[in-house]
Design a protein around this ligand. Structure first.
Ligand code: GLN
Length: 207
């Protein structure tokens, strides 16, 4: 089951994309709820608010712990800001899970919000809404940039972490979520593997 962080922001749009894809989803507001899902989507909204509420609910620490063990996370816009490594000129302390540096609200006031097609590696043309989006000023070596828009990196993957500075969920775009579901499936198979591949001799020593 996929979790959608439902503390603030456009979590309903993510839930409706998952519904469209026929996937079981759950709104997440507590640590207990987080323990029931195989992956978490952090929606767009106001990163300062999402970050503060995550810390207040004990979700920030728990998510960092889980992410270090390979738990899949998808962050869109504010969600990407919250999980980034560094936010420039902002007192907010991010979770540091995705090695990028972020400048919030960095598109000029005239084009603060716009919608456009973005060519994504391995996916094709996807529709994205950029709403008071951040600009990524630095991308770490371990981060794979899956898409750029006018030279700016906008879609990223670092192992179990997927993030975009735009909102696929608002444009009704499903393929980013499909990629995330694939990541969850691969992780589930990996987690199950060591048990089934344990040689019988090992198992018999511990009846
Ligand atoms: N501007 C918001 C922030 O910095 C992000 C906007 C969004 O998620 N669409 O948190």
């Amino acid at each position: 089951m996929v979790g959608v962080l439902a503390l603030q922001g456009d979590f309903r749009e993510h839930l409706s994309i998952l519904k469209k894809l026929g996937v079981d989803a759950k709104e997440i507001r507590t640590k207990e709820e987080l323990s029931l899902v195989d992956g978490l989507i952090i929606p767009g909204g106001e990163s300062t608010v999402i970050n503060k509420l995550m810390r207040r609910h004990g979700l920030a620490e728990e998510l960092v712990r889980k992410a270090q063990r390979g738990f899949p996370i998808l962050g869109t816009c504010a969600g990407a800001i919250v999980i980034s490594k560094e936010i420039l000129g902002d007192p907010q302390v991010p979770l540091g899970l995705l090695d990028i540096s972020v400048k919030r609200n960095a598109y000029g006031p005239q084009i603060e919000s716009f919608e456009d097609d973005v060519e994504a590696k391995g996916i094709g043309k996807v529709r994205g809404c950029f709403i008071r989006a951040p600009i990524i000023t630095r991308v770490g070596k371990r981060v794979d940039v899956l898409a750029k828009h006018q030279g700016n990196p906008v879609l990223f993957r670092q192992g179990n972490i997927l993030a975009s500075t735009f909102h696929p969920e608002i444009a009704g775009e499903t393929r980013i979520h499909k990629l995330f579901l694939e990541m969850i499936k691969t992780r589930r198979e990996k987690v199950q593997e060591p048990v089934s591949s344990t040689p019988p001799s090992h198992r018999s020593r511990h009846p």
